[in-house]
Ligand binder design. Structure first.
Ligand code: FAD
Length: 120
């Protein structure tokens, strides 16, 4: 059986920006790559909503589609324009997956994204 410590270290050392939120997208955990990509320190994002990364020009239909999938307990992936702490924008290739508890009820969300600005 793999130790929990190994899961933690693997996530901490991933080059992908990883965050875990409650069911309302409030951030509970973010890894070091999340800090590098977004410019926000872990301590300052914990307790805040993922919407701090939202670029205010993204059509609301995009977020409605995303939440429509999540409400059905299905994952969503796509490319969004995100804003860093310093206000600069980047293209985020993002996947969000619901995390279910032992009873199959929604307990958290897992978000994973990388900056793909240079690939476009
Ligand atoms: P919001 O007030 O969040 O609302 C936008 C629309 O989504 C509304 O129509 C609303 O009805 C619907 N909605 C919002 N919250 C819920 C909910 N809890 N249940 C059902 N419907 C809801 N956004 C980004 O821009 N960039 C990211 O990198 C990003 N990463 C995310 C990672 C995770 C794990 C999760 C769960 C969400 C992420 N989001 C991200 C989405 C983010 O939480 C916001 O919904 C989004 O940024 C829009 O913010 P807003 O303040 O403009 O609108």
């Amino acid at each position: 059986v793999l130790p929990a410590r190994l899961f933690f270290e693997a996530v901490e050392q991933s080059s992908v920006a990883i965050s875990i939120t409650d069911t309302r997208a409030n951030i509970l955990y973010a890894n070091p790559a999340f800090e590098r990509v977004t410019g926000y320190g872990v301590a300052e994002v914990v307790g805040r909503n993922e919407s701090i990364l939202s670029d205010r020009h993204t059509p609301s239909l995009v977020y409605e589609t995303l939440w429509g999938r999540l409400r059905q307990l299905k994952p969503w992936s796509g490319v969004l324009v995100n804003r860093r702490k310093d206000g600069s924008r980047y293209l985020a290739e993002l996947s969000i997956a619901p995390v279910l508890d032992g009873q199959g009820q929604l307990s958290h969300y897992l978000g994973m994204h990388r900056d793909v600005t240079e690939m476009h």
